[in-house]
Each structure stands twice: as structure tokens, then as C-alpha cells.
Design a protein around this ligand. Sequence first.
Ligand SMILES: Cc1cc2nc3c(=O)[nH]c(=O)nc-3n(C[C@H](O)[C@H](O)[C@H](O)COP(=O)(O)OP(=O)(O)OC[C@H]3O[C@@H](n4cnc5c(N)ncnc54)[C@H](O)[C@@H]3O)c2cc1C
Ligand code: FES
Length: 507
Amino acid sequence: MTEKAQVKGSYWLQTAPGGAPRPALAEDLDVDVAVIGAGVAGLSTAWELTRAGRSVAVLEAGRVAAGVTGHTSAKLTALHSLVYDKLRRTRGPGGARLYARSQSEAIEHAAGIVEELGIDCDWETRDAYTYVCDAGRVDELRAEAAAAREAGLPATFETETGLPFPVAGAVKVTGQVQFHPRKYLLALAEDLEAHGGRIFEGTTVHGLDEGGPCRVSTESGATVTARDVVVATHYPIFDRALLFARLSPRRELVVAGSIEADRDVDGMYITPDDNTRSVRTAPLDEAGRRLLIVTGEHFTPGTGDTRERFDRLSAWAGEHFPGVDLTYAWATQDIDPTDTVPLVGPLHPGAKHTYVATGFGGWGLSGGMMAGRLLTAQITGEECPWSGLYDPRRLRTAVREAPSFFKTQAEVARHFVGDRLRPAPPVDALPPGEGALVRVGGDRLAVYRDEAGALHAVSSRCTHLGCLVSFNAAERAWECPCHGSRFDTDGKVIQGPATKPLERRDI
Ligand SMILES: Cc1cc2nc3c(=O)[nH]c(=O)nc-3n(C[C@H](O)[C@H](O)[C@H](O)COP(=O)(O)OP(=O)(O)OC[C@H]3O[C@@H](n4cnc5c(N)ncnc54)[C@H](O)[C@@H]3O)c2cc1C
Ligand code: FES
């Protein structure tokens, strides 16, 4: 077994790399709707809008479905860990029912698309489980099973699962799905283009003018004029409603390796125990072997050593699935909203033609598909029963769930001030392959020493709102703990909300 997993990249990207990149936006364009971001949320929205007869341009900084969506664990389920008991308390039984219905309908709708387009995306129906091994949490699971059932899901409380170790209790929801997210979305992208939609890769959006019509400006200077604009950049790059105060980034690790067919776990599993563990499998080869995918060890980006976390997750996989040969390891991050429910709808209280989809809390596959349907209804002027539930302009629940709101703000303030007080090591002490904030003259720089010994120095101030970045040695990236922006060792943006690189510095 490969006990020490290294970051070798996402299985989804390696097994569905896609063809040559689509060209970047090179000249000005006029469309009905501009969608910024081609993850599951952006592409689902663009696909629905194209089918509704709108002319659509998708502007993607990288490649289609290669952001968080290309690094997920790809369970398509309405069982979102432990959400229903909380929802029935905070939104009432009606809110919990709307949540369950909106997520379930999104999955059914995707099943229809897979059938209609004949998409080969390893679509497999499985039961979903949230389990605990700690007997002290069984009552919590019983309450969740009851709340999920009351919300309309086929949920039961169980003590037996397909896992190769005993559990104290589990919520089971039947008839959920696991799939290959990139195969699905690449097919959606092709179909969108076949119906007249346009997709531009390598096109970073910098600016948004919310006039009538809106104007979206890109790094190259080319602009898109559109009646409506959808910001589906994961963390919103435009934030006129201070949404960032209600969103916290959470990075998580994934390791994967082959197991024999007869050791399949026959279900999709997640537990809040052990700093979260999630388990599913995917078809691997013609001999019937399965790819075991284990996720966990969540943390705030830019805090602590990720190598130790990878080691812990790999050790857990080896202990619970002896003999598993871990050949893939990757990491990605999602955003937790402070009041549990994703933010999908108008971008800010005064917005007439700008929309956002964010804060999926680790469940953005069904959530992104749901967002596609919801935003299309709003843009085409149709009613959608769950518009109110997901409305980003809500403040009542954000305030009601104030502890989580204030905790997010306190964390940001702690990083903004505290990180500036941390002692900085001298640059000579930096070994190859490592990065650190070092003092050079009166300045604090983010410096990385590559394997050949050369130093790469960039500004340590995140270009989003100025927090100090921190080095993630396992992934060789600078990460911002405040809202999760990530940069490569030369300062280029890997993940927003930052849209501008860290400035290069001479050292
Ligand atoms: C480890 C892990 C496992 C997960 N597993 C599951 C799961 O099993 N089931 C589930 O439902 N959810 C899961 N999730 C959550 C889910 O993967 C995400 O919520 C979802 O993929 C987010 O999709 P998105 O479209 O919002 O973001 P993304 O897929 O990141 O798409 C946003 C796109 O916007 C682009 N972009 C950003 N800035 C700009 C810019 N300035 N200009 C142009 N383009 C830009 C990016 O390049 C990116 O392609 C998991 C999350 C994690 C972290
Ligand atoms: S991501 Fe907001 S300050 Fe860095």
C-alpha cells in the first residue's frame, strides 16, 4: 500500500482530460446571458438557459469542470450529512421539505439529461448513508433520520451498512447516485455548444458593470455585453452584498486506490467522526475492480501542514480497507454558509439582472444542478418554489444563526491581525520545496525555494482583501486563510475570490 499519499492529481481529471482547450474570448460579444465560471453551477445554469432559448456565453478562467467540481468525491445525493434536523429547527418543517425536494428534483432532472443525451458517466444508483461509530451520537442520527423522513426523503435509521467495520448507527436514504462529474459536464458543455451556446476557456473575468445591459470585462480587455450575468465562480468574485462575511472556505483531502470487486462497500458513506470521513467507490477496470475514494481531514486553507493530514487520511484508508493501493491523492475546497443553506439568487438587494450561486457547504453537485434550474427560472421569469429558501439576500437566518456568523468574522480578523505578528524566519533557513513569509528589509515577502534552490518571491498580501497568505507545502501553493484564495509559487491565481496575482518581488 502507498501509505504516504502525495498529491498526484484528481482521478476525474486524469480519466476525462477533455480535448484541446477552447479559445479564450478575443473580441467583444453581445449575448442574453453571461455565465462566469464553468463548474457544475455555471455549466448547469448555462445549459438550462440555452435549452430555454437564451444566447449564452460561459467565461471560464481555467478549463471546463476543472475547478472544485473536477476534484470532488461526486456523490449525487439529497442526504447532506446532518442537515435536516437543523433545517427543521431553523427553517421549520416546510423549509426542510423544500430543501429535500429541490435537491431530489435536481438529481432526477440530471438523470433525465443523462438518458436524453446518452451520457456515459459511470452513473450508478446507490443508497447514501450518514453514519457514526461513536455510540454517544446515535440519538443525533435517529433525529436526523426522522427529520429527513419528515422532509420527504426515503430515510431510515440503520445499524448495519456495507462498510467493512461496525457502526453505532446510520441514516440511510435509498436511490441516490454516484457518477463521474467531469464526463457528465464535458458532455453537457458539448451539447450546450451544439445548441448555440459559447464557452471560452482561459478567460479570467475582472470587472462587472451592472448597467442596462450589464458589461463583463476580462483580463484580455475583451468584454461581454449581456442582459443578465450569473456569477458562478465558486467563491463570488463580485461581492456587493458582503456575502464573504457569511461564507467560510473549508479545504479537504481525497485519496483513492483500487480494491477488488467483492470488497465494494455497496453505498456512499459519510461520517462527522474523525474530522469527517467520506467513502464511495467507482468502476475502475474491466476486471471489475473498484476505485475506493476516501475524503476527509477538513481545515481552513492556509492553516497547518497538509502533508500530515494526507498521511492521517491515507493511514485511515489503510486501516479500514487493508491492502488498498492508494494511487491518487488530491485536495480541494468548498464554502460553508454561516446559516447552512447555499446562496443562490440575486447578487445583492438592488440587483435586477445579476445572480450568484455559492456556499454549497460540501454538497454542490446536487446543489449546483439545483442552482442551474433555480437561476434559469429567475432569469426567464418563471416561479420556483424554493427561490425564497436559497435567496442570498436573506438576513433573518444569518442573524438568527449569529454565533456562526460572528465566528467567521472573528476568524478573519484573527488572521488579518494575528498573522502579521507571527515571527518571520530568515530566508537562508528555507529548505528546497518549502515556502514561508520572510522579512526582507522592512517588507514581509512570501518566498518559495524550488528544488533547484532558486527563490521565488511574491507579495504576501492577498489581492482580495489584504490578509497574509500562508504556504501549503503538500500542494506547493500560497493560500489565504480569510476567504480561501490560492496562488501558485509565482503568484498566479489558482482559485478566487482573488482575481489578480500576487505581485512578483525581487529578492
Ligand atoms: C473534498 C470535497 C468533496 C466533495 N464531494 C462532494 C460530493 O460528493 N457531492 C456533492 O454534492 N458535493 C461535493 N463537494 C462539493 C462540490 O464539489 C462543490 O460544491 C461544487 O463542485 C462547486 O461547484 P461550483 O461550480 O460552485 O465551483 P467550481 O467547480 O470551482 O467552478 C467555478 C469555476 O469558476 C471559475 N472561475 C473562478 N474565478 C473566475 C474568474 N475570475 N473568471 C472566470 N472564471 C472564474 C473557476 O476556474 C471554476 O472553474 C465536495 C467538495 C469537496 C471540497
Ligand atoms: S481571500 Fe479574501 S483576503 Fe484573501
